[in-house]
Design a protein around this ligand. Sequence first.
Ligand code: AMP
Ligand code: GLY
Length: 426
Amino acid sequence: MKILIIGSGGREHTLAWKLQQSSKVKQIYVAPGNAGTAEVAENVDIASEDIEELLNFAQQEEIDLTFVGPEAPLVAGIVDRFEAEGLRIFGPNQKAAQLEGSKVFSKNLMQKYDIPTGEYSSFAEPKAAIEYIKEKGAPIVVKAEGLAAGKGVVVAEEVKEAVEAVEKIMVEQKFGRAGERIVVEEFLTGEEATVLAFTDGKHIIPMLPSQDHKPAYDGDQGPNTGGMGAYAPAPVVDEEVLQKVYNRILEPTLAALNKEGIEFKGVIYSGLMIEDGEPKVLEYNVRFGDPEAQVVLPLLETDLVEIAEAVIEERLEELIIKWSGDTAVAVVMASDGYPIEYETGKEITGVESLAKQKDINVFQAGTANKDGKLVTDGGRVLAVTALGDGYRDTIDKSYQGVEKIDFEGAHYRSDIGHKALTREES
Ligand code: AMP
Ligand code: GLY
């Protein structure tokens, strides 16, 4: 079988690494990929948003199955385009991808179908939004409706900051059309976690819960990033919480989509806030998380091609999805200055020294090969994922891997997994 993976991050390297383990897979292409994907697959120089070129390539190469990593091509309708040409592709169609593509759509859906989430109101005019913010007071959260590469959410400590966010998004139009409408949302407290789930539109099966670390610095300080590390399984989502997530969020979300006449096939990502064992939805995504994929996929024992085929053929119900009993911890190494401003092209050393270690994987993200050298090529450069027994050992193993890798200005958080550790040791 020939596989095409779309994207260029750590998530896509992890997908390629996972898929090459399938006995069904003969050849994997990644468009556009990175230096890490070039080791397990063949990179194709097509941007992940160039749907027509991707379609041409898939037709020419007779690709049997395409996996879409990032949200933008899904929201732009890549699945509809591929399916119209009779190509198999794993992911939601454009209508279903609104779950991530429009925060107004997803919040309205949750409200209509009683899915637990923060109280909110949506606005198309800045004046009304500002009045609402003044009435509600701070802390309060302002979100651009559409895709803003993770930068469209402002958690405002003060009314002034929230008002400035409204102006930036709606008046200055910093995110273009993605900010034509906004959601203003109640500030929720608790511990965040991610539950990814496979769905074929009829059944929904949760994966192991995971936890991302969004702020740039230790102790959850500093600006939000794409994610500085992750671990799975996340103990904050114990069996009881997971049952609630299933009964109150996953199942009702799928039922709600069906009631609205929307068929969702692929991965639903529930970003949750959990307080006193009660989960609420912060956001949905319509794809694997990054860096959550880097910890969840290595623990998946079932063949991912088999799962994707079952999703496409609507027979997920028949499948028993198996997980290893290990713990996975991924520490992201980023460029100095990320997520704000950073340089690229710095030589990376030490990655090969970890190649023989079975329980450590280096999943590359912003990397490239230049003049025979591995260099940095983005904000998040790579993630060192360790597999082990329990959090303490696995966290240590991951940081031992990080110590072996070097590039100028390398920045990483030193407290990945600390919340799990506190739970494990209490
Ligand atoms: P989102 O893209 O909607 O997940 O927002 C990005 C991040 O902002 C989340 O991971 C949370 O850390 C934070 N956030 C979003 N919504 C809220 C909220 N209602 N209350 C508190 N924090 C939030
Ligand atoms: N880790 C957050 C995301 O993938 O959106």
